[in-house]
Design a protein around this ligand. Structure first.
Ligand code: H79
Length: 441
């Protein structure tokens, strides 16, 4: 073995390995540890802003003098508007009052930790400077400004996370329906998504797909897209509508064979949450996502704040929508409600952010959230007898107090299976008052 040359053999093996087909990474096989790390900021955030903004804000629910029934961003479909007619709304889109810093400030003041904005809705209109198609906000409107770019800069300044909604269904591109779908997918949709992840739009934290129900889109294509996106950006978080996982258990990456990182209940809060999976309820503040001039059916501060608590108590996130006008303004009714939520969160945010689902069954008087060493009782209905009973049987309680008055101890005693807490006469907050139970871990 005088002529044995180990380096030569190693080099030969390396050369051979290059000839083998590259083993593609399946990101759906991620370890729990890696997944927990990637999802951490999102789980802690609990509350985000959804923004539905596009050229549908120009008709704003009215076409040819008629109020069109249904959600505003669907007007092209609901009013049967031909493509060439609908395109004309782009020429009227000039939202000179748009100020990205103001939008981010409104979200931040509301206590929201991330923003998801429509990059392209079903109407196919792109809200950024896309080189893939001139049907976009820079080339097709008098506004000529890159909305997503401005928002990404404003988010970066404020430390606000940003994600993009992208509709797989596209009513504008003729290839997006029927036998040419692969052409739309490979030459239009994927190049567009790559633009969004190119770095030009900052650190994109979430991609939020929709319109995946069309027959042209399959779970296999969804999984291929999911893997492609994680190859580009390994820490990206992607919703379950990237594939066909929205039906059934809303679930993903659970050995159920569906792509996506979180479930997306729409306009509803699952009665028991979605145990074992990450999820986010998206909801409107009135009855539309895209702006409609005449929709005044606003949810009250009480409903919105209690929805946030209800969702947190079930371990989910709340993605609450605003539909800005064609002037570029978030409607005043939305801003007022977001401010009220922010005021509640300023006092009680500790009981929302970074919490986990309730350790107990849902009580009649409100909801629970929890954190290591702490139980938060969110009281909706202040009890008549001023005694709060918490089924904290095997907990060694150290201290009990209200988040609105942290220095003042509340009296408590263990009574069999229940911890009995003596409440003050008046509820500090008529919508939800939070009592903290600190216990030894
Ligand atoms: O962007 C907002 C809406 O425009 C969009 N999703 C939110 C976030 C939305 N698309 N459709 N809808 C809301 C309601 C209509 C759903 C249906 Fe279907 C589509 C009914 C039949 C096809 C999806 C697939 C739901 C049921 C089957």
């Amino acid at each position: 073995m005088k002529n044995f040359k180990p380096f030569g053999i190693i080099i030969l093996l390396l050369l051979l390995a290059n000839l083998l087909p590259a083993q593609e990474k399946n990101w759906m096989d991620e370890s729990k540890q890696d997944r927990d790390k990637r999802m951490e900021w999102w789980r802690d955030a609990r509350f985000g802003m959804f923004i539905h903004w596009g050229i549908y804000s120009v008709p704003a629910g009215v076409y040819k003098g008629k109020e069109i029934k249904g959600i505003g961003e669907w007007i092209m479909d609901h009013a049967n508007i031909p493509v060439e007619e609908y395109e004309k709304f782009a020429k009227e889109f000039n939202p000179v009052k748009f100020n990205a810093d103001e939008w981010v400030q409104i979200a931040s003041d509301a206590g929201m930790k991330y923003i998801i904005i429509t990059s392209k809705h079903h109407d196919g209109f792109s809200m950024w400077d896309s080189k893939v198609s001139p049907y976009n906000v820079v080339e097709a409107t008098p506004f000529k400004r890159d909305v997503l770019k401005e928002l990404s800069v404003a988010c970066e300044k404020k430390g606000m996370r940003l994600g993009f909604y992208y509709s797989i269904m596209d009513w504008h591109n003729p290839d997006a329906k029927g036998e040419n779908f692969a052409k739309y997918r490979d030459n239009y949709m994927i190049p567009q998504i790559k633009e969004l992840l190119s770095g030009r739009y900052g650190n994109v934290s979430v991609l939020w797909f929709d319109g995946e129900w069309i027959k042209e889109w399959t779970e296999e294509q969804g999984q291929a897209l999911y893997n492609m996106l994680r190859d580009i950006k390994p820490d990206l978080i992607i919703n379950n509508r990237v594939g066909k996982g929205r039906k059934g258990m809303e679930g993903m990456n659970k050995g159920e064979g569906y792509a996506g990182d979180f479930g997306t209940p729409e306009q509803k809060i699952p009665s028991k949450g979605l145990p074992g999976v990450d999820w986010e309820s998206c909801m409107t503040m009135n009855d539309t996502w895209g702006y409609k001039t005449y929709d005044h059916d606003w949810k009250s501060d009480k409903v919105l704040i209690r929805n946030l608590i209800d969702i947190a108590s079930k371990g989910g996130n709340f993605l609450l929508n605003v539909g800005p006008t064609s002037e570029g303004l978030i409607p005043a009714a939305s801003v007022e409600r977001l401010a009220a939520m922010g005021n509640w969160i300023k006092i009680n945010g500790e009981a929302i952010y970074s919490t986990s689902a309730s350790p107990f069954d849902k009580p009649d008087w409100g909801r629970y959230t929890t954190k290591p060493g702490k139980i938060y009782a969110h009281i909706f209905d202040w009890s008549e007898d001023k005694i709060l009973k918490v089924p904290a049987k095997n907990y060694k309680t150290n201290r009990v107090y209200l988040l609105s008055d942290k220095n003042k101890d509340l009296k408590f005693e263990q009574d069999g299976d229940n911890l009995q807490i003596t409440l003050p006469n008046e509820a500090p907050d008529s919508i939800a008052s939070v009592v903290v139970i600190e216990y030894e871990e």
